[in-house]
Design a protein around this ligand. Structure first.
Ligand code: UP5
Ligand code: MG
Length: 196
């Protein structure tokens, strides 16, 4: 059954658009709980005894979308856990949904999204950021081959999700090829009226 009285904001944008960076700012100022689908998948991948570890590693390296059952279960569990701990029921769901089936299932089974925060950034800028980060991140997908695959999946599979929400007037678009502080000012200005 859906979770009660939850506020969910989907945070979307291409690989390296700055989703994680801006979510960290929002957590500080607005007390959201930040759940990155990618972080949850990487944690599951490394959890001893996980039956999904090898599959997740393979999907992430190839920039493909892990089957929705796995990701939605991880998100739902994390939300339930936060609620159990008595935390405020306000969630930034980062990097999800990135395929239409995930969007429909999550909204039906877990919680409807209040709106979508979409970080719009040119691919050449994202590529440079990810290659730079790849020098130290240790992420299996921060190499040029994986990054190109991630871009392709984003264009073909994830952009339609943003288009779907745009048709419902639920998308707040922020240009994220600007300095992080400037991006955050734009974020605050556009979301304040929506989260009051
Ligand atoms: N940086 C950030 N903002 C900057 C700015 N304004 N100016 C200059 N530099 C800026 O930032 C990336 C880098 O850029 C950092 O070094 C940062 O300092 C710098 P970050 O905030 O991390 O960007 P983010 O958009 O979060 O990039 P990330 O790499 O996390 O995006 P992805 O969407 O590719 O990664 P995610 O972890 O969400 O997913 C990884 C994989 O998991 C997917 O490819 C997929 O295989 C799998 N996945 C699923 O299968 N299903 C899901 O539902 C979700 C993920
Ligand atoms: Mg991220």
């Amino acid at each position: 059954k859906p979770l009660k009285d939850c506020t969910v904001v989907f945070v979307l944008g291409g690989p390296g658009a700055g989703k994680g960076t801006q979510c960290a700012n929002l957590v500080k100022d607005y007390g959201f709980i930040h759940l990155s689908a990618g972080d949850l998948l990487r944690a599951e991948q490394n959890r001893p005894g996980s039956e999904y570890g090898d599959m997740i590693r393979d999907y992430i390296k190839n920039g493909l979308i892990v089957p929705q059952e796995v990701t939605i279960a991880l998100l739902r569990n994390a939300m339930v856990e936060a609620i159990k701990q008595g935390k405020p029921r306000r969630f930034l769901i980062d990097g999800f949904p990135r395929k239409m089936d995930q969007a429909l299932t999550f909204e039906q089974q877990v919680c409807k999204a209040k709106f979508v925060l979409f970080f719009d950034c040119p691919e050449d800028v994202m590529l440079n950021r990810l290659l730079k980060r790849g020098e130290t991140s240790g992420r299996d997908d921060d190499n040029v081959t994986s990054i190109k695959k991630r871009f392709e999946t984003f264009r073909n599979t994830s952009m339609p999700v943003i288009d779907y929400y745009a048709l419902q007037d639920k998308v707040v678009t922020i240009k994220s090829d600007q300095p992080p502080q400037k991006v955050y000012e734009d974020v605050k200005a556009s979301i304040e009226p929506r989260i009051k």
